[in-house]
Ligand binder design. Structure first.
Ligand code: NDP
Length: 288
């Protein structure tokens, strides 16, 4: 029997409906409308689409969206000044600087300039440190969305072997920490891992976050395993595929996310979640 599909679109929509409801209640109670400020530097078409979609999702959830467009030639100092202004602006609750940034700007400097209270992307070292040490903080949206998918699908992680392929700060490392916090036994793989197919074959849960089209083959998947495909790769013929060879893996796995419609919709969903949390926290702090 082929694997059942993990429908990120439907799960994302259900969570967004809850967020919209909670946002309306928050606004009614406090008069505050949560606001996400998204900064876009340059003209990268993919980044432009991402930022537009994030803004649209905010408005649909009853939040405010502020988009600040800067030219690709913007000096680092100017972007840092803008972040400082947004940190101080009480009407802004979440700040997102769309990556990648042009070469003259050091990404880590910009991320570190964002107030940890407004770090809705969860990329600030303070947020990363909180995740590492198990303290409450903003969790990066894609890994958080993956955990929500597993929760909705009632995947029992305790004592299970989870294999994460990819060790980026944005996806691989935080997802590994989240799985570990749920008591999975976690193996984190990367480009130097020996016998990757063999390691993946021992997994109850596989998370592929590599950025290589259809690299994880069906023959790597243990029968019945849960497969989460984070990859978004555009093939020369225009098709969008993940990091997992979907049809092959589907024939073997127990559950699998499609691309598109799996992890993708969860990322923006969790950004909305984090923005509402940021507004709640800031409202609480200003009351006390
Ligand atoms: P990065 O390029 O930052 O990281 C890729 C990771 O994969 C690295 O750790 C790299 O290892 C590892 N890797 C590369 N080649 C191999 C290989 N042959 N075998 C094993 N490991 C390998 O990517 P991201 O984490 O940012 O993104 C991963 C994918 O997820 C991309 O397709 C991206 O588009 C997608 N993505 C999707 C999102 C969504 O919302 N659905 C959000 C974010 C990303 P090493 O460290 O050794 O170089």
């Amino acid at each position: 029997m082929p694997a059942s599909l993990i429908d990120g679109k439907a799960i994302g929509a259900a969570i967004r409906a809850e967020i919209k409801e909670r946002t309306a209640q928050f606004t009614q109670r406090t008069g505050i409308v949560p606001c996400l400020a998204a900064v876009l530097v340059g003209e990268d078409p993919a980044s432009r689409v991402y930022v537009r979609n994030k803004g649209k999702a905010c408005v649909e959830a009853g939040m405010l969206s502020r988009q600040i467009d800067l030219p690709a030639s913007t000096p680092e100092e100017e972007l840092l000044d803008l972040v400082v202004q947004l940190n101080a602006d009480e009407s802004v609750h979440g700040i997102l600087v769309q990556l990648p940034l042009p070469d003259q700007i050091e990404e880590s400097k910009v991320i570190e300039a964002i107030s940890p209270e407004k770090d809705v992307d969860g990329f600030h070292p303070v947020s990363a440190g909180r995740l590492l040490t198990g303290q409450a903080g903003f969790v990066p949206c894609t890994p958080y969305g993956i955990l929500k998918l597993l929760d909705y699908e009632k995947v029992d992680l305790k004592g299970k072997h989870a294999v994460v392929v990819g060790r980026s700060n944005i996806v691989g490392k935080p997802v590994a920490l989240l799985l570990l916090a749920r008591h999975a036994t976690v193996t984190l793989c990367h480009s130097r891992t020996q016998d990757l197919p063999g390691v993946v074959r021992s997994a109850d849960v596989v998370v592929a976050a590599v950025g290589r089209a259809e690299m994880v083959r069906g023959s790597w998947i243990r029968p019945g395993a849960v497969v989460i495909d984070v990859g978004i790769n555009r093939l020369p013929d225009g098709r969008l595929v993940g990091d997992v060879a979907f049809e092959e893996a589907r024939a073997v796995a127990g559950k699998i996310t499609p691309v598109p419609g799996g992890v993708g919709p969860m990322t923006i969903t969790m950004l909305l979640h984090n923005t509402l949390e940021a507004a709640l926290l800031q409202a609480e702090r200003s009351r006390s």
